[in-house]
Design a protein around this ligand. Structure first.
Ligand code: NAP
Ligand code: F7E
Length: 338
């Protein structure tokens, strides 16, 4: 008999890739969707949408979570639902806490009381490391969250540990570093850049790209490879937490350069100091401007994964390089906009 998996956040980047993967593996996939979820979800292919069972609900509504667990008693439960935008978490801290922390409590309580055999995956994040101490961050690195998003995710991480240790539930966290691709939301910096570069290439904009902190360093991987790690985490004999990332870190400035390079434009940085620096193209046009509106009250300066446990235990290793990732995203945006 085929396995049954629930995915919350199925209309998001990772949820749609994970649904693709589990359907390919022969799973019956149930997606929790909200009444307000875009229909059909823009980041899900139509063919995928038709193959997924939709269950209407919301992770902040315990009745809907419990009804879902009663009806399906799933083998696996992937909780990817979140208010996932770090900048927005400063503007909507309560909403972020409700979804990213209380939502997880609702699911864990439900599994404990209704479906204790269900294996649970929690979408934890490298943002929990925040103000990092270690050059590379692993499962044993210190947590120091720097936003309402990261605080809620850290609380949810510890809740997952506690339900595992207290109720013998197969509950795990994947601590995933940034991962991107053509299905990434346009308000995250990578997609914002590649979308703009594609518009520039096609002559659809002459406006400079407005960005915030260009100095932040992120460990950016390719999303389809990262959902494979989620699945592998739930196939282990014992429930454990894993760091998932590439081990390479690049600045937002590097990403901008690589995106313009993908359309054969060289970027020349100008300005008084590192923070104010904008950029011109090789023909003198201003193509990037630093805009204070996109700065955050607190910043995570550097993230870089030590994913050696994932390599050793899960046999998981990323293959898509930084420059290839940027090319994939720029090529996709040019094609979508053409
Ligand atoms: P995303 O594209 O922003 O998707 C978020 C999903 O959560 C959407 O499907 C959204 O559905 C759903 N959602 C929001 N509030 C909900 C609620 N109250 N009840 C049910 N569903 C709700 O995020 P992503 O990039 O795929 O990330 C997936 C998960 O991994 C998130 O938990 C994120 O925090 C975490 N994470 C992401 C990264 C990354 O680099 N992408 C790294 C580490 C961890 P609607 O369509 O209804 O809005
Ligand atoms: O920002 C800087 C910004 O919003 C990356 C989420 O998936 O990954 C993601 O969180 C960096 C930050 O992603 C703009 O200040 C500059 O330093 O793309 P982002 P994030 O905050 O790293 C983690 C692992 C998650 O868990 C989250 O769910 O880029 N930046 N200028 C900008 N960021 C944005 N969004 N927009 C700008 O204009």
């Amino acid at each position: 008999m085929s396995k049954t998996a629930v995915i919350t956040g199925i209309t998001g980047q990772d949820g749609s890739h994970l649904a693709d993967l589990l359907l390919e593996k022969g799973y019956t996939v149930i997606g929790l969707t909200r009444r307000t979820s875009t229909e059909p979800p823009s980041r899900m292919r139509k063919h995928l949408w038709d193959k997924v069972i939709q269950f209407s609900g919301d992770v902040t509504d315990s009745y809907s979570v419990e009804s879902l667990l009663k009806q399906y008693q799933p083998d696996e439960f992937y909780n990817l639902a979140a208010q996932s935008h770090v900048g927005t978490s400063w503007k909507q801290p309560e909403e972020t806490t409700k979804v990213d922390y209380l939502g997880v409590l609702n699911i864990l309580k439900g599994i404990q009381l209704i479906s204790p055999h269900t294996k649970f995956y929690q979408a934890s994040t490298s943002e929990m490391f925040g103000k990092v101490k270690d050059e590379y961050q692993s499962e044993t690195s210190r947590f120091y969250p720097r936003s309402p998003y990261a605080v809620a995710k850290l609380a949810a991480y510890w809740l997952t540990v506690n339900y595992r240790e207290s109720y013998d539930i197969f509950a795990c966290s994947g601590i995933l570093f940034n991962h991107e691709g053509p299905r990434r939301g346009r308000d995250f910096v990578t997609r914002k850049i590649t979308d703009h570069v594609a518009k520039y290439k096609l002559g659809l904009t002459k406006d400079p790209l407005q960005l915030g902190n260009l100095n932040s360093m992120r460990d950016w991987g390719y999303a389809p490879e990262f959902v494979e790690a989620m699945w592998r985490i739930l196939q282990q004999d014992t429930p454990q937490d894993f760091v998932i990332g590439t081990g390479e870190s690049h600045s937002v400035r590097d990403f901008v350069e690589a995106a313009y390079k993908a359309i054969d434009v060289d970027v020349e940085w100008s300005g008084e100091n590192e923070t104010e620096k904008g950029a011109r193209s090789d023909n003198g046009e201003i193509i990037v401007e630093v805009n204070k509106d996109f700065f955050r009250p607190a910043e995570v300066e550097l993230l870089r994964a030590d994913a050696s446990k994932a390599k050793e235990v899960l046999g998981w290793e990323p293959t898509v390089t930084f420059s290839r990732l940027v090319e994939i995203m720029v090529e996709n945006d040019i094609e979508e906009l053409s």
